[in-house]
Design a protein around this ligand. Sequence first.
Ligand SMILES: Cc1cc2nc3c(=O)[nH]c(=O)nc-3n(C[C@H](O)[C@H](O)[C@H](O)COP(=O)(O)O)c2cc1C
Length: 301
Amino acid sequence: MAFLSVLTPVLVAVLCGLVALLFIYPRKTVTASREQTEGGSKAESKRASNGRPWVDQDLEDDTEVTAKDEEEDDWVDSNEENIPHVPYSPLRYPVEKMLERSQEFYALMNQRRTVRFISPEPVPRDVIDNVIRTAGTAPSGAHTEPWTFVVISDPETKHQIRLIVEEEEEVNYRQRMGDKWVRDLAKIRTNWIKEYLDVAPYLILIFKQTYGILPNGKKKTHYYNEISVSISCGILLAALQNVGLVTVTSTPLNCGPQLRLLLKRPANEKLLMLLPVGYPSSDAMVPDFRRKPLEDIVLHI
Ligand SMILES: Cc1cc2nc3c(=O)[nH]c(=O)nc-3n(C[C@H](O)[C@H](O)[C@H](O)COP(=O)(O)O)c2cc1C
C-alpha cells in the first residue's frame, strides 16, 4: 500500500500529461494545416494582386521531366533517319503579285475578330475538316506533329463542356485571377457565362501531346510541343477567317483535367485551347479595338 501511495502522484502526473498531449496535439495539427492553407491562398492572392496570372498547372510542359524521370527503356529515339529527301520548288510570284497578295492577305486577317456571339446556324462538316487539315500543316519540333483536334457537335457533350467551363471560370473570376486581371478584362465585357459553348455548331478542343505514344507502347519525345501546337492554332484561326467563320480564342484556366476526362483523352494530352466555331450571329458586337501600327511592332536592323 505504501508503495502504491508513493506511485499515485506519479501516475496522476503521467495521466495528466497524456490528457494534455491529447488536447494540444490535434490543436497544433489544425493550426498547422490552417496556416498551410491560409499561406497557400495568401500566396495565390498575392500572386494575383501582383498582376501575375495564376498559372494553369495542367499546362506545365513535362517533356523534359518525364524524359528524365522515366526508365530509359520506355523511350525510343527517332526511327526515321533514312527518310528520303525530295526536290521542292513552290510557286514563285513576280514582285507586284507578291505585293498584291501580301496586301490582300493582310486585309483578310485584319478583319479577324474574336466574336463571342455565335449563330447556331449549321456549318458544313467538310469545311471544318479542311480547316483542321490546314492547321495540321504547321511546322513542329522534329516533325512530331504533337496535336489532337477534338471536334464536338453533339449537343449533350457541348453542354457538359459548358458546365465544366462555367464552374471553373466562376472561381477564376472570383478568386484565381485577382482584381487587376478582372479589371483588365472589363473592357471586353466577358464573365464566366459562356452561352456560345451550347450555341456554336462546333467546339474544337486542341490538345498538345506532351510526348508521343507509339503503337508498341514506347514513348517519343515531342520537342517544343507547346510552341508547335500554338503555331498550329494560329494557322487554324487564319483558316477559319478565310472561310468567314468566327471563334473565341480561349484557354479555359484549370478546366484541362476535367475536359480531358470527359473526352477520354490520354494523360499525355493537355488542353491548350478551346475554340467555339460558327458564323457570327446577326447582332454580334465586338470591342472597337485599334491594332498597333507597323512602326510600333517592327524593328528593322
Ligand atoms: C491565349 C489567348 C487566350 C484568350 N482567352 C480568352 C478567353 O478565355 N475568353 C475570351 O473571351 N477571349 C479570350 N481571348 C481573346 C482575346 O480577348 C482577344 O484576342 C483580344 O481581346 C483581342 O481581340 P481580337 O481577337 O478581336 O483582335 C484570348 C486570346 C488569346 C490569344
